[in-house]
Write a protein that binds this ligand. Structure first.
Ligand code: FES
Length: 105
């Protein structure tokens, strides 16, 4: 399946104006990808400038550092299994605590 991912982006160092960027990610059927897997794909293959938190020793919803708004609901990027959401909208958990893109204090 091909997932459209819309990500709320902002770079305070560039003036901070927020905008939504759209990516298309091919996800193998039955792969069980998480929202974090989509972000990894985007960062490695489509846009290395994307900012998000990744804890390589966690990845199981334990550390809570990857919290974000996923289709408007608070959740953990590493624990949210991607189904047939079209599009998948990812936003920071707090605009006021945003450092960059999906990374918050
Ligand atoms: S990386 Fe720890 S909760 Fe997601």
């Amino acid at each position: 399946m091909n997932i459209e991912v819309q990500i709320a982006r902002s770079r305070p160092e560039d003036g901070g104006a927020a905008y939504r960027q759209v990516y298309h990610v091919p996800v193998p059927d039955g792969a069980g990808w998480t929202a974090m897997d989509l972000l990894d794909y985007i960062q490695r293959r489509l846009d290395g400038s994307l900012g998000y938190f990744r804890h390589s020793a966690c990845g199981r919803g334990l550390c809570r550092r990857c919290a974000a708004r996923i289709n408007g609901n608070v959740g953990y990027l590493c624990a949210h299994i991607v189904e047939d959401e079209r599009p998948l909208v990812l936003e920071p958990i707090s605009e006021s605590r945003r450092i960059r893109d999906l990374v918050c204090r």
